[in-house]
Design a protein around this ligand. Structure first.
Ligand SMILES: [Zn+2]
Length: 433
């Protein structure tokens, strides 16, 4: 178990030669990373890989207090404790609670062996803080996008699993006690396919049994993001829901999202990325995933899983090579292309929501994002029939109450009239006397 860096206990940025991490340190030492990771001599480097990365992120946050802040959260269950760092970005921190901004939640390193994903977290944060720049990115457009966003980044969701990898268990994807954090969520939890592999996909004792999943759920429910991306490696893909079935949601918003992903694929993945539902494209169905929960339960309208790198030619025993680039050129290429893809996605997503909003609003009146998204979600649910059912049920009830009201009014009138006529009879009959 490695210690988690607290913002107050930080040393200045490490003196790594290329960027920041152990990966870079290996490369600078001229070591073949693929074989190095299997060698005893390398394990001493691996020991501080995640610590070095987190130190780098923390130092970056401290250099940009007006745009970034970080917090460490922790949780435990039956003696198993987990912690994670959350970095929040807002171009101007005083506007962090502005409800008109779009909220983005990004998680990296949910699987321990996918080290490259956490490197991308740092790269994106470096660009957001304007310490690094992308060559083909228009700075005015970028700023225009960023001033509309609040972004929360979890650079290393599965720190305990990552530590196991750094101790030499290079194929470990699960958390510190053997649970796959991307099978521990509640949508279709625990269902096992024929090719179920407990080593890879152990869903845990129950949905949200793991502290890491509990923390991520809490973060999502309090932050209420409009955009969620779960970042993985092992292949190149831009996935949208669902993971537990081989279809995407029905309706035009879903089709638009798919078109957006296809555009991203063309612009930033050289058309090499698989685009579509996770369950329909990856070759297997996945049950209890984070993205399905975010979409189905937390109602995050744009929920994705991005797979940023994979080497299909690597031996199945060489997990490091399967999930992470092993040369400096590919390493930088992956980080540059994918950070550009994320920033383009932010831009496209905000425009897409704006576009939908202008089409759905009756007039030019301004609608808050919250109101708009509520309307958008209602539109989404109606396509699945749920909202329609609720509405129809409500209308039926109103009609029934109205009929009862009319009936009881008629009865009351009748009783009232008959009472008047009964009570008036003696007076009339007594008139001749
Ligand atoms: Zn993964």
């Amino acid at each position: 178990m490695g210690k988690l860096i607290s913002p107050d206990l930080l040393s200045p940025p490490s003196t790594a030669i290329f960027t920041i991490t152990g990966v870079s340190i290996f490369m600078s030492a001229g070591l073949d990373l693929g074989t190095c990771f299997w060698g005893i001599a390398c394990l001493e480097f691996l020991d501080f890989l995640s610590d070095s990365l987190m130190e780098e992120i923390s130092a970056l946050v401290h250099r940009h207090p007006h745009k970034l802040y970080m917090e460490t959260i922790g949780s435990q269950n039956k003696g198993y404790r987990a912690e994670m760092t959350v970095v929040t970005y807002c171009l101007n921190r005083t506007e962090i609670d502005d409800k008109l901004k779009y909220r983005v939640l990004l998680s990296f390193g949910q699987h321990g062996r996918e080290l490259i994903t956490s490197e991308l977290a740092l790269k994106i944060l470096s660009i957001l803080s304007e310490e690094q720049f992308l060559p083909n990115m228009d700075p005015i457009i970028l700023r225009g996008t960023l001033e509309r966003l609040v972004i929360k980044v979890v650079p290393m969701e599965n720190l305990n699993g990552r530590k196991l990898v750094e101790e030499g268990d290079l194929c470990e994807r699960r958390n510190g006690r053997g649970v796959d954090l991307n099978r521990n969520w509640s949508v279709d939890w625990g269902k096992k396919e024929k090719d179920y592999d407990p080593y890879e996909e152990n869903p845990g004792a129950a949905p949200f049994s793991e502290p890491e999943t509990q923390m991520m759920r809490k973060l999502c429910l309090s932050f209420e993001p409009h955009i969620w991306v779960n970042v993985h490696s092992g292949m190149e893909a831009l996935f949208m829901p669902y993971d537990h079935k081989n279809t995407t949601p029905d309706g035009s918003p879903s089709q638009r999202i798919r078109l957006m992903l296809e555009k991203l694929n063309h612009l930033h993945c050289k058309d090499n990325c698989v685009v579509g539902s996770g369950g329909g494209s990856v070759g297997y169905l996945a049950h209890g995933t984070a993205t399905d929960y975010m979409y189905d339960i937390a109602r995050v309208p744009m929920a994705f899983t991005f797979e940023i790198y994979g080497d299909r030619t690597a031996s199945s025993k060489d997990c490091f090579k399967m999930f992470n680039p092993v040369d400096h050129t590919t390493f930088n290429l992956v980080l540059n292309e994918w950070s550009a893809a994320f920033l383009a996605m932010f831009n496209m997503s905000t425009h897409q929501i704006d576009e939908l909003r202008s089409k759905t609003s009756d007039s030019d009146k301004l609608v808050s994002i919250e109101d708009y998204m509520n309307g958008y979600l209602m539109e989404m649910t109606s396509r699945y029939g749920k909202k329609k059912e609720v509405l129809e049920l409500g209308m039926q009830e109103i009609r029934t109450y109205f009929r009862l009201f009319v009936l009881s009014s008629v009865l009351l009138m009748f009783m009232f009239c008959s009472r008047i006529s009964k009570s008036s009879r003696p007076i009339v009959s007594g008139m001749p006397l």
